[in-house]
Design a binder for this molecule. Structure first.
Ligand SMILES: NC(=O)c1ccc[n+]([C@@H]2O[C@H](COP(=O)([O-])OP(=O)(O)OC[C@H]3O[C@@H](n4cnc5c(N)ncnc54)[C@H](OP(=O)(O)O)[C@@H]3O)[C@@H](O)[C@H]2O)c1
Length: 294
């Protein structure tokens, strides 16, 4: 029998696609609180929600709640980032252990320094260079040491139909007249949240046979932000030549971005989980589904 599912942060770009993917997969008992209905930093509320959602049934919790403002976290958001990204997962893991639920904790490429040339493997050393990355790593370590049944799934470069993200920004700029300059020295795996959501639901349905631990899940293939921007322009029928390359050093940001965010997904495939399609095919599908509109 399919498990019950609790998606936290259900109004975020991944959260919304998780709810849709779960329904597509035939999961009928789906609890999907947004941050107002369930604040993951409130340990009593978390415990109550997991106890209630898991009554009389097997429960999988997917934590899509996060503080994702990476630049704001450097300036004044450090305490909030730690509360949501580290304390929140710790609360969820404790409640999952108490109520025999399984936790899928979504994490990020920002746990890596990103200064190597090879794709980052799940068990490579973690050296976060940002407040956000350190808070997400603290969340990983909290859930992995909690005694709960847990998978940590790192992903990267997300874009979805329901959020502000790089792909939607580029689609908007493509519809205007101006050229844009985009960095061409950071590499990653652009990942459509709808595809990631299907992958996470496949994991949720297989938690009993996939060894617990850390996995990576992204659309396959890699490019730079420049390459992605050009592909977005092409998708919406604009001239990709209007996108010009530049270097990261020309646009310093409060939170330094990893130069190499590419994630190795061998563990995901090795566990028998469905590999996500190539990022370019995913972008085309996202465009066809209207995710680049607006
Ligand atoms: N975006 C990326 O490129 C990217 C890359 C790698 C990994 N990830 C990871 O992927 C996951 C999903 O990211 P996303 O892009 O979907 O993020 P998102 O769109 O920013 O959604 C995050 C959601 O979490 C909610 N939230 C914030 N604080 C909360 C709290 N205390 N309790 C409950 N919910 C809370 C937010 O609600 P409010 O808006 O109401 O605050 C928001 O709806 C996160 O774990 C993120 O770290 C993202």
């Amino acid at each position: 029998m399919n498990p019950s599912l609790l998606v936290t942060g259900a109004n975020g770009q991944l959260g919304r696609d998780l709810v849709a993917a779960a329904a597509r997969a035939g999961i009928t008992r789906i609890h999907a609180p947004g941050s107002v209905e369930l604040d993951v930093t409130d340990s009593a509320a978390v415990s109550g929600a997991i106890s209630w959602a898991g009554r009389g049934t097997r429960l999988v919790v997917i934590n899509a709640a996060a503080y994702t403002a990476v630049d704001a976290a450097e300036r004044r958001g450090a305490a909030r980032a730690h509360a949501v990204n580290a304390q929140g997962p710790a609360n969820l893991a404790r409640a999952c252990a108490d109520h025999r639920a399984h936790l899928v904790q979504v994490s990020t490429d920002y746990v890596f320094a990103g200064d190597g040339v090879e794709p980052n493997r799940a068990h490579d050393p973690t050296v976060p260079r940002t407040v956000y990355g350190r808070s997400k790593l603290a969340g990983e370590l909290a859930v992995l040491s909690s005694g709960a049944s847990v998978h940590v799934v790192r992903t990267a470069w997300l874009y979805g139909a329901h959020g502000s993200n790089f792909v939607r920004t580029m689609a908007r700029m493509a519809r205007g007249p101006d050229p844009v300059r985009v960095v061409d020295d950071q590499n990653g795996n652009p990942t459509w949240t709808a595809d990631l959501a299907d992958g996470l639901i496949a994991l949720a349905l297989a938690v009993n046979r996939v060894p617990a631990g850390v996995l990576h899940c992204v659309n396959t293939g890699a490019t730079t932000w420049f390459g992605l921007a050009r592909a977005v322009f092409a998708e919406v029928g604009a001239d990709p030549g209007r996108v010009r390359p530049c270097r990261t050093a020309e646009f310093p940001r409060p939170a330094p971005r990893p130069a190499n965010s590419v994630l190795d997904t061998a563990g995901w495939a090795g566990a028998g989980l469905p590999e996500l399609r190539h990022w370019r095919a995913a972008l085309h599908a996202a465009s066809a589904a209207g995710a680049l509109a607006g």
